[in-house]
Design a protein around this ligand. Sequence first.
Ligand code: ADP
Ligand code: MG
Length: 339
Amino acid sequence: MPQKEKEKEKPRHQVYTDISELPGVGPATAEKLREIGFSTIEALATATVAELEAAGISERKAEELIRLARESIEISWVTAKDLIRLRSGIRRLTTGSKALDALIGGGIETQAITEFFGEFGSGKSQMCHQLAVNVQLPVERGGLDGAALYIDTENTFRTERIEQMAKYLGLEPDKVLERIIYAEAYNSDHQILLLERADKVIKENNVKLIVVDSLTAHFRSEYIGREMLAERQQKLNKHMHRLLRLARAFNAAAVVTNQVMARPDEFFAPMAVAPVGGHVVGHTSHTRLFIRKTAGKNFRIVRLVSSPYLPEGEVLIKITENGIEDVEEEEREEYGRKR
Ligand code: ADP
Ligand code: MG
């Protein structure tokens, strides 16, 4: 088929860059959309009719707006072959350890949620700090050339630590700090709200990593006892779903932490993640990594516990002044002898 005809075959959709440009969206509707967290076309494309209806938008209008937003960013049914192309849009962020990157298929992937779980002091927050720096690296160095959004629920984020890590990588500490957009969440409702209002800040700052450290601490302390379990899970699932939708809409990596006792518990009920736009069907998106201390030294064992498509396995990393690093062969031998 000649090129010209091919182009004719595929209808070109109108591209909108802001919700206020959508037909039928006046200032009042735009305001409503912003209030419920859909201030960008990208986020609106992942909305459900029920969500917009809850904000007082009619069903018909909601359907129309979501359709226009989806067409604008071309989320629709695709063939499995197209899926290869779309999936190739997935990018990977280095953890700082080549061994760990390899374990998870080349680094932390975008459009998905990666969870680090482990005991207090195992290094979950250290990993989050490191990723917030690494995301700013150019793609050639394993970064995503973007900014980080950092939701801190336990007040453990330390700018000094970022500076150390940035210096080690030869980055200018001040510039690195400027590209970490930070918020402390005071309780689970605040945490949920922060993420619901995040789409604009993500877009404006080219955020390529969203960190929630810790995802579960507030939920754990606020929803106590069996009778609150169902409500907790339901809220948490919705929160994670929101996170996943942001990660997909902006091709960003989402990283969360979860503190657990020595034995990994079943905090997460098997999560049913509905595909949002149809274009990422089949790519369920929750990679779980168990991180634990070892006897002595600054070594940590990271175990891939659950991945949509990779086998289980574990690697040794270390946490030093410089950040997250690989364990050298000599150190490994020494470690083996001592054990
Ligand atoms: P959690 O899993 O509870 O979030 P953290 O990420 O806060 O744990 O890990 C804390 C540990 O990280 C410390 O006990 C220490 O072993 C290591 N660590 C933190 N800062 C440094 C540093 N500057 N140099 C070396 N190790 C560090
Ligand atoms: Mg921590």
